[in-house]
Design a protein around this ligand. Structure first.
Ligand code: SAM
Length: 256
C-alpha cells in the first residue's frame, strides 16, 4: 500500500499522505456540490438521518462528531434538534455554520462539551479517519444522556472493504483519492465491544448504494464530464445489505 496518494492531479494541487486532514481544505469547494467529490457523503447523511427519530423534548441536542460541512443538516430539518457540529477542519465548519449548524472546532477524541449533554450523537464517516477511534467512541458515549441515541457509519477492517472502498471506489468519482488510510478501517466486532464497554448496545447493519441508481449516476456524471451538460438528476439511495464486510451503520441507545 502506498503511503502517499499519488493522485494529486485529480484531487488537488498538493500530494498529501493518505487521510491527511488538509485534504478537506483542498476539497473545500466540493462539500455542497451534489455531484462533487463528496456526493456519496450526501447519500450517507440521508440514510444516517433516517435512523434519528424526531426529538421528544424541547431543546433536544444532536452532537454531530466530525460534522464536516454539515451535510446532515437538511435531513434533520423538522426533527426538532439543535444541531451542534464538532470538527477539526475550519474550512468545513464555516460551511456547516452557513447551513445552520452550531459549530465547535475541536477533536472528536476530546470534545469540549459536557457529559450527558446530547440526546443524539452522530459519527458519520468519521471513525475510519481517526487512529484512536476508541477515544471517539468513549467521547460519543460520554456526551450521551442516559437513553440517548448513538448513530454512526464507517468502513470495516476487511480485505473486501480495502478492495471496494480504496482500490475500486477511488478510481470512480465516488470517493476522493487518498482520503482513506485503509489501516484505520474499523473492525465491526471491536466497535460493538467498545460501545458496550461504555454502556451502548450498538446494533449493526450493512449498507451500500443501490446498484442501479449508482450505475445511472456514474453514467450521468461521465456524460456530463464529456459534454459539459448538467449532471443533475436522481441520486442513488443507500440501502441495507446482508453483509457488514464493507460499509456499515450502527445504532444504539445508552443505558441508564
Ligand atoms: C469523511 S468526512 C465526513 C464528514 C461528515 N460526517 C459527513 O458525513 O458529511 C470526515 C470528517 O471528519 C473530520 N475529522 C477527522 N478527524 C477528526 C477528529 N479527530 N476530530 C474531529 N473531526 C475529525 C474531517 O475534518 C472531516 O470533516
Amino acid at each position: 500500500m502506498r503511503d502517499v496518494a499519488a493522485a494529486a492531479a485529480s484531487s488537488g494541487p498538493r500530494v498529501l499522505p493518505r487521510n491527511d486532514p488538509r485534504q478537506y481544505d483542498d476539497l473545500a469547494g466540493e462539500w455542497w456540490r451534489p455531484d462533487g467529490a463528496f456526493a456519496m457523503l450526501h447519500w450517507l447523511a440521508e440514510a444516517r438521518a433516517a435512523l434519528v427519530p424526531p426529538a421528544t423534548r424541547p431543546d433536544a441536542l444532536l452532537v454531530d462528531l466530525g460534522c464536516g460541512a454539515g451535510l446532515l443538516a437538511p435531513h434533520l430539518a423538522g426533527k426538532g434538534y439543535r444541531h451542534v457540529g464538532v470538527d477539526l477542519t475550519r474550512s468545513a465548519l464555516v460551511q456547516a455554520a452557513e447551513h445552520g449548524v452550531c459549530v465547535v472546532q475541536g477533536d472528536a477524541t476530546a470534545v469540549p462539551l459536557p457529559d450527558g449533554c446530547a440526546d443524539v450523537v452522530s459519527a458519520g464517516e468519521l471513525l475510519e479517519h481517526v487512529p484512536a477511534w476508541p477515544r471517539v467512541v468513549a467521547e460519543a458515549c460520554r456526551l450521551l444522556r442516559p437513553g440517548g441515541l448513538l448513530v454512526l457509519d464507517t468502513l470495516n477492517d476487511t480485505a473486501l472493504a480495502r478492495l471496494v472502498a480504496v482500490r475500486i471506489a477511488e478510481r470512480l468519482p465516488t470517493v476522493p483519492r487518498g482520503i482513506h488510510d485503509p489501516r484505520l478501517f474499523v473492525d465491526a466486532r471491536a466497535l460493538v465491544a467498545e460501545c458496550a464497554r461504555h454502556g451502548v448496545d450498538l446494533r449493526l447493519r450493512g449498507i451500500r448504494p443501490q446498484a442501479g441508481g449508482l450505475v445511472a449516476w456514474l453514467l450521468r456524471r461521465a456524460r456530463a464530464a464529456r459534454t459539459g451538460a448538467t449532471s443533475a438528476g436522481r441520486v442513488p439511495r443507500i440501502v441495507p445489505t446482508r453483509s457488514t464486510a464493507v460499509l456499515y451503520q450502527g445504532r444504539g441507545v445508552r443505558s441508564g
